[in-house]
Design a protein around this ligand. Structure first.
Ligand code: AMP
Length: 282
């Protein structure tokens, strides 16, 4: 595996590969890698000649300083995992090269409605920070394919919008959520929970699965109320539990049979913010 720390060096190397006809796949991450990240890497390796994975804990997307400081960092393990899984290139940029000055952090992306709901509503500025870093990374890597996880469903919609704004030709591939046996979605933040807490945290997915099973076109609001009471009794602090159309994330309380919908949840559990979602083909 090649390791690049300077954007210009990586650009030059990738450009030479592109000129020789190689397709480039890109998997951006914030490290503390797990099976979820590796599933994106595997998908990229299946689709592309060369896979670039980046690790950068992007300060601009944290609306909460404590969350940034406590974000898990396991770099030496990450490098081993990437090597074991035949990643071709690891991009590990320095913050000072990504954000050399104040100006490099100032840019507004017109995300419209997408930024006003769910994660956008509860984490003001978060998606602006995500777009800021992803745009910079895309301009460096210029991948043919970009691999993202469904686990961050709204983020996928935001990046789809960013690609439109950039008039990018990069093709977005959304990969399914990888879960623990318990159903808990794998996440770097799970490392901040004890083993026992991780087992209990699976109730979040259980709540979504129950709604999925019992959902009828007009009963979401009563299922939502019941699920929130049950989760709060188990010490979750639910920020949102919503039903939305899966193509444009319009929040809905009822649906028509045949509509593609998604249930999304965010909740704190023992001080750790967890998100999850389930797609439903109604
Ligand atoms: P992160 O390092 O959390 O910023 O995530 C980097 C990428 O991995 C994003 O596209 C995430 O959606 C994806 N990802 C994170 N967790 C999972 C998971 N459990 N299953 C699939 N993809 C995931």
């Amino acid at each position: 595996m090649h390791l690049y720390k300077h954007p210009e060096d990586l650009k030059t190397y990738i450009e030479s590969k592109r000129l020789s006809g190689k397709t480039i796949g890109f998997v951006p991450t914030m490290g503390a890698l797990h099976e979820g990240h590796l599933s994106l890497l595997k998908e990229s390796k299946k689709t592309c000649d060369i896979t670039v994975c980046s690790i950068f804990v992007n300060p601009a997307q944290f609306n909460n300083r404590e969350d940034f400081v406590k974000y898990p960092k396991t770099l030496s393990d990450d490098i081993l995992l990437l090597e074991e899984n035949d990643c071709d290139i690891l991009f590990l940029p320095y913050e000072a090269e990504i954000y050399p000055d104040e100006l490099s952090r100032i840019k507004h992306f017109d995300l419209g409605y997408l930024e006003t709901i769910l994660e956008g509503k509860f984490r003001p500025g978060h998606f602006q920070g995500v777009c800021l870093i992803v745009e910079k990374l895309l301009k460096i890597v210029r991948p043919g394919f970009l691999f993202l996880g469904q686990k961050d469903f709204q983020q996928c919609m935001v990046i789809r919008k960013l690609l439109e704004i950039m008039h990018s030709e990069t093709k977005l591939i959304i990969c399914p959520t990888v879960r623990e046996k318990s159903g808990l979605a794998k996440s770097s933040r799970n490392l901040r929970l004890t083993n026992t807490e991780q087992v209990l945290a699976a109730e979040l997915h259980e709540a979504l699965a129950t709604i999925q099973n019992q959902l009828r076109p007009d009963n979401f609001l009563s299922l939502k109320k019941k699920a929130i009471v049950e989760l709060e009794n188990l010490n979750f602090n639910v920020e949102y539990l919503e039903l939305a159309t899966s193509d444009n994330l319009e929040l809905i309380s009822a649906y028509r049979s045949g509509q593609q919908i998604v249930i999304l949840i965010a909740a704190y559990f023992h001080g750790v913010r967890l998100i999850d979602n389930l797609l439903i083909n109604s």
